[in-house]
Design a protein around this ligand. Structure first.
Ligand SMILES: NC(=O)c1ccc[n+]([C@@H]2O[C@H](COP(=O)([O-])OP(=O)(O)OC[C@H]3O[C@@H](n4cnc5c(N)ncnc54)[C@H](O)[C@@H]3O)[C@@H](O)[C@H]2O)c1
Length: 437
């Protein structure tokens, strides 16, 4: 019989540190306040609405996730964050234009109290942005220490018990691993030397991980996904998750592609295009930031369809991803997918998907879930990369030498089995022979 994992209780207040108070962050924060006050429902959030089946199908045991593992209640969350603009969270939410003004007014006093701390920012990494609320420091190590000071002051002022950090800042330019990222020593030397290989997101990630604060990356830039920071996370027993929230078009892709593959239908082409008019769209209009996003979006199909195992079906797949900045749409993204399929005897078919979605409405419940699950992981002494949270990400972090799991349904099974494991319940294999013996 499996034994439950020892998990510290979720006692006291949990500080949720959000880097970047833009559309995703403000929609998350305003949403949590609205839900707390009973004005809205936490739709899309597993931690708030999801259930897990325990035991056999005949037992009818499907408790809510937050009943089987100790998660911080929404009432215990305290939000803080950084941004290069000094608008308070209410003003930033108005600018983002995701939540309607009438609902925002109802949580306005709580939102106005959240003012961003000056950011660690360098325009080299986000070319389309510039703002006044930026820290100054002799080098990146000094800036990291200033972030740590912000965190400690926030913790003290609010009597917080624990903290988590989620990067919800803009997508930085495309970067690959360099020698500065290979070990903690090399990384710390690079911070002091102001090495250009350390973008702003890594400065925050370093500060959080060094303090033992769980860290997730909602965007596709490398951030904590380098050997030095993974090593630091293991030293400080810090859980990590990322990268790039799986919302919108990629969410649909990872729902549809496993279905086509399950029936061994061939795919010759998958053309995806989006129009998006928010600040994220503007940042992604820069080719260097788009490259980071494109890499993240494109890898998904290769892993799901496994062309190396099914060359006749997927070897020649032409996968194209486009994002077009189109201001009139604001946060209401429109995505089109054209999928060229191949069936029995090689007969061609087509599938067209037109998704009129709301980017940040899809992202906010994920930010909440990831924050609560990372806090759970920390209390359960699970540190390093949390593969069971792959469910939420387009480019799931994974151990070196392992390929990431992209299939949404396998990811969900992994997440729920992790919760069963924590609770000391039997894992569900779906073999099911016992019902027929
Ligand atoms: N909305 C989604 O569905 C979704 C899905 C996946 C990933 N993402 C990613 O999440 C991130 C946030 O998206 P968004 O729609 O909220 O974008 P946004 O542009 O509305 O917000 C980003 C905020 O980060 C701030 N920022 C940039 N660099 C910073 C720094 N170094 N320090 C502090 N603040 C900084 C910007 O000023 C801005 O306010 C983006 O990288 C986006 O690509 C969003």
């Amino acid at each position: 019989m499996p034994v439950p994992v020892d998990i510290a209780p979720a006692r006291g207040k949990l500080g949720v540190l959000l880097v970047g108070l833009g559309a995703v962050s403000t929609t998350t924060i305003a949403g949590v306040f609205a839900i707390r006050k009973g004005f809205a429902k936490p739709i899309g959030s597993l931690t708030q609405m999801g259930t897990v089946r325990l035991g056999k199908r005949t037992e009818s045991r499907s408790p809510r996730i937050n009943e089987i593992v100790p998660l911080s209640p929404l009432d215990d969350l305290v939000f803080g964050g950084w941004d290069i603009f000094d608008d308070d969270c209410y003003a930033a939410a108005r600018t983002a234009g995701v939540i309607e003004p009438a609902l925002l007014e109802r949580v306005r006093p709580e939102l106005e109290k959240i003012r961003p701390w000056p950011a660690v920012f360098d325009q080299r990494y986000v070319k389309r942005l510039d703002g006044p609320n930026v820290k100054k420091g002799a080098n990146k190590k000094v800036l990291a220490e200033a972030v740590v000071e912000d965190i400690r002051a926030f913790k003290k002022a609010n009597g917080l018990d624990r903290l988590v950090m989620v990067w919800c800042g803009s997508t930085e330019v495309f970067m690959t691993e360099s020698p500065a990222h290979q070990s903690i020593d090399a990384f710390e030397r690079a911070l002091e030397a102001n090495d250009p290989q350390i973008p702003s997101s890594m400065v925050y990630a370093y500060a959080a991980i060094r303090e033992g604060i769980p860290y997730a990356n909602a965007a596709p830039n490398l951030s904590a996904d380098v050997p030095a920071l993974v090593e630091l996370a293991s030293r400080t027993k810090t859980p990590l998750a990322g990268k790039d929230l799986k919302t919108g078009q990629t969410l649909i892709k990872t729902i549809v592609a496993p279905g086509l593959k399950a029936r061994l239908l061939g795919v010759d082409g998958w053309y995806s295009t989006n129009i998006l008019g928010n600040r994220d769209g503007e940042v992604l209009d820069d080719p260097e930031s788009f490259k980071t996003k494109e890499e993240s979006k494109k890898s998904v199909l290769d892993y799901i369809l496994q062309p190396q195992l099914y060359p006749e079906l997927y070897e020649h797949l032409c996968h194209v991803v486009r994002i077009n900045y189109y201001p009139p749409r604001g946060d209401n993204k429109e995505g089109w997918d054209n999928i060229d399929l191949v069936g029995w005897l090689g007969y061609p078919m087509q599938l067209k998907i037109n998704f009129l979605c709301r980017d940040s409405i899809l992202a906010a419940p994920i930010v909440l879930d990831v924050a609560l699950f990372l806090d759970l992981a920390k209390r359960a002494n699970m540190f390093g990369i949390q593969e069971w949270l792959s469910f939420y990400f387009k480019s799931p972090m994974h151990a070196a030498g392992l390929y990431p799991e992209h299939d949404l349904f396998i990811q969900l099974m992994k997440l729920k089995n992790t919760l069963r494991y924590l609770k000391g319940e039997e894992l569900i294999t779906h073999l099911g022979r016992e019902y027929y013996d």
